[in-house]
Ligand binder design. Structure first.
Ligand SMILES: Cc1cc2nc3c(=O)[nH]c(=O)nc-3n(C[C@H](O)[C@H](O)[C@H](O)COP(=O)(O)OP(=O)(O)OC[C@H]3O[C@@H](n4cnc5c(N)ncnc54)[C@H](O)[C@@H]3O)c2cc1C
Length: 194
């Protein structure tokens, strides 16, 4: 197995034209090694190459950012946006959306070994969880995926492709953005290199 595959980066995508092929600077705490830094380079960005696991940030982290001076980032303020974006096939409506553009479903690859691992964790005293983004995120269980009918639901599938017919939308691929021109905080022109 290629080492990248351990991190969910299939060899099909890593270090191809669909990835920027970034690496960190030499890391002093890793004996100077540079660490591969996958970043998707296609419509949908990393959501087109990622591992599709749907786990939101923890409420405590959002609240911490708000407390440290990021207005609007508390969990309570963010939750309506998560709910609005989410098209989950199940889940408590206080935490989950069921008709949003980003489809979230249970995985279809149900390897029985996973259930044995979850059972072992629960027998060891850990919480079982059937959904990763409810009132409590702590616990062992199967996570859900940003998938639609078993296939990837990237940001492009969720948001861009449904808007394809809009007359005010033009999509350029193989184009590097060099500059955005702003007027009153509104982008009025984009400079690209093709
Ligand atoms: C291998 C991998 C696995 C991951 N697994 C998960 C997971 O399972 N679950 C999860 O929640 N998250 C996962 N992530 C993280 C998640 O995918 C990203 O955090 C998320 O997609 C970032 O979205 P974004 O829109 O901020 O940026 P990106 O997805 O990086 O989108 C930025 C887009 O802009 C384009 N772009 C940048 N600069 C220019 C330019 N100058 N000109 C033109 N285009 C440009 C890029 O090519 C890209 O298409 C993973 C990421 C990777 C790489």
């Amino acid at each position: 197995m290629h080492y990248l595959e351990k991190f969910g980066v299939s060899r099909v995508v890593a270090q191809t034209k669909y990835d920027w092929d970034f690496a960190t600077e030499p890391e002093p705490n890793l004996a100077g090694r540079r660490v591969y830094l996958p970043r998707g380079r296609t419509l949908g960005g990393c959501s087109a190459t990622n591992a599709m696991i749907y786990i939101r940030g923890n409420a405590v982290d959002f609240d911490g950012w708000a407390d440290e001076g990021a207005p609007g980032w508390s969990y309570r303020q963010m939750l309506p946006y998560f709910i609005r974006s989410e098209g989950n096939e199940r889940g408590d409506p206080r935490y989950h959306g069921h008709s949003g553009p980003l489809t979230v479903q249970d995985g279809r690859s149900m390897h029985p070994l996973v259930d044995h691992l979850i059972e072992a964790a629960v027998r060891s005293g850990y919480h079982p969880t059937t959904i990763s983004n409810g009132a409590l995120q702590l616990g062992f269980g199967r996570f859900q995926l940003t998938q639609r009918s078993g296939a990837r639901c990237s940001a492009a599938s969720a948001y861009l492709y449904p808007a394809r017919e809009r007359t005010n939308l033009q999509v350029f691929t193989d184009a590097l953005v060099l500059q955005l021109l702003l007027e009153d905080r509104r982008t009025t022109a984009v400079s690209i290199h093709r």
